[in-house]
Design a protein around this ligand. Structure first.
Ligand SMILES: Cc1cc2nc3c(=O)[nH]c(=O)nc-3n(C[C@H](O)[C@H](O)[C@H](O)COP(=O)(O)OP(=O)(O)OC[C@H]3O[C@@H](n4cnc5c(N)ncnc54)[C@H](O)[C@@H]3O)c2cc1C
Length: 381
């Protein structure tokens, strides 16, 4: 007979593992399902924004992350193709921590709270049942099914038609490629460095154990001739910004730390619910330039967990859960999404280096205000 759990959380990234922990903490039998095995490297700037800290505390996860010995970051520096730069303080202390360590730590916290992990298990279909869902998974070549009273989708930007949260791809001309690699041999201050160039940008962020993460978001068309491997893309990016080339000249890539993702579409319509709650990137994707995607993923879990708990206890209807969760996601995310898109567009302009440098000299408060507008407010949950 097929087993029934209280809740199945689909995707064990930042949003999914924190959600699974929160529900297992509340005593619910929780299955956490991911198509990958852990630990694994993942394309990300690995900059955990100051806004994440209050949410990590609210979720009981701050200490787990602090134990990973993240680097401390207090400023952001934008470095343009023409050599101009702008440096701004962050609204608080941020952390640099690899997704290799972070995702595994959050996953472990979920398991310690009692969640059961189904790794290397890809969710292929969800079938509605009179009370809940049948979750159909593929593990290796084998199919298996788990029944759940409720299901929560935290599988990132889902690109599989027929599964909740799917939105059709945008036009091919708006597709990006994301790449990352860890390096040794780069000395960094407590500053996240963002290098702008024609067709994209690259962030350098110090993470734990003195490693430096280089992550780039590249317009697919602009980098079509760059080659096929992650080092090819990173090399071509560095060629387009002389200061970046200088920075990476003596850097040594860490074997096995490279990852890539494509296509990435930034203009997906935000959607908090599709027959079930959508968390993190499954709900909406903030331009990665803002470095607040993980914070939003954590926040969506913190907002959704008490509502899921109430629903499972019979104290909230599905319709009321949908309404309340959608309302809170809109309230928290609408501003950062709007301002984040504006910032992404602005720094992509060829003249951005000149006018941003001018604004930040003439009116530093204005430049800082723009950065602040792209960010989540501190957690009140
Ligand atoms: C180039 C780049 C740089 C970025 N830099 C930063 C940064 O510096 N700071 C920041 O905060 N954010 C950054 N982001 C954004 C950040 O990575 C995301 O916002 C964050 O990972 C979202 O977390 P999530 O848990 O919603 O999804 P994910 O972390 O994507 O996790 C989703 C999980 O679901 C699993 N999954 C997917 N489909 C299935 C399936 N069918 N069955 C089972 N499992 C499935 C995946 O394997 C994955 O583990 C960056 C993004 C990019 C592309």
């Amino acid at each position: 007979m097929t087993r029934t759990v209280d809740v199945a959380v689909l995707g064990a990234g930042v949003a999914g593992s924190s959600m699974a922990k929160a529900l297992a903490d509340r005593g619910w039998e929780t299955a956490l399902i991911d198509r990958q095995s852990f630990p694994r490297h993942k394309v990300c700037g690995e900059f955990l924004s100051p806004e994440s800290r209050s949410t990590l505390h609210a979720l009981g996860l701050a200490e787990k992350v602090e134990n990973l010995l993240p680097s401390k970051i207090t400023r952001v520096r934008l470095i343009f193709e023409n050599g101009a730069d702008v440096e701004l303080p962050l609204p608080g202390e941020a952390w640099g921590v690899s997704r290799y360590s972070l995702d595994s730590a959050l996953l472990l916290a979920a398991r310690q709270a009692g969640a059961e992990l189904h790794a290397a298990s890809s969710v292929a279909a969800l079938k509605p049942l009179p009370k809940g869902f049948a979750v159909e998974m593929k593990r290796g070549g084998e199919a298996c099914v788990l029944q759940a009273r409720t299901v929560i989708a935290a599988w990132g930007a889902n690109r599989r038609s027929g599964l909740p949260g799917y939105r059709p791809d945008g036009p091919a001309s708006s597709a990006y490629i994301g790449v990352k690699s860890h390096f040794v041999g780069v000395d960094m201050e407590p500053v996240i460095e963002m290098y702008m160039f024609r067709g994209g940008y690259m962030g350098l962020c110090k993470v734990e154990r003195g490693l430096v993460n280089a992550a780039a978001l590249l317009e697919r068309d602009s980098f079509a001739q760059a080659g096929k491997s992650v080092p090819d893309f990173l090399k071509e990016a560095a060629r387009r910004n002389p200061r970046l080339a200088g920075r990476l000249a003596f850097a040594e890539p860490v074997a096995g730390s490279q990852a890539a993702v494509a296509p990435v579409f930034l203009r997906r319509k935000p959607q908090a619910w599709d027959g079930m709650p959508l968390l993190g990137d499954a709900a909406s994707m903030l331009p990665p330039l803002c470095g607040d995607g993980m914070s939003m993923a954590l926040r969506s879990a913190a907002l959704c967990a008490p509502l899921a708990d109430l629903y499972l206890r019979g104290g909230l209807s599905l319709a009321d859960w949908e309404q309340e969760y959608t309302r809170s996601i809109r309230k928290e995310f609408a501003g950062p999404l709007r301002w984040g898109s504006l910032l992404q567009w602005a720094v992509g302009m060829p003249s951005a280096g000149k006018w941003l440098a001018a604004i930040s000299k003439l009116n530093p408060g204005l430049a800082e205000g723009l950065i602040r507008a792209t960010r989540l407010k501190p957690d009140q949950t």
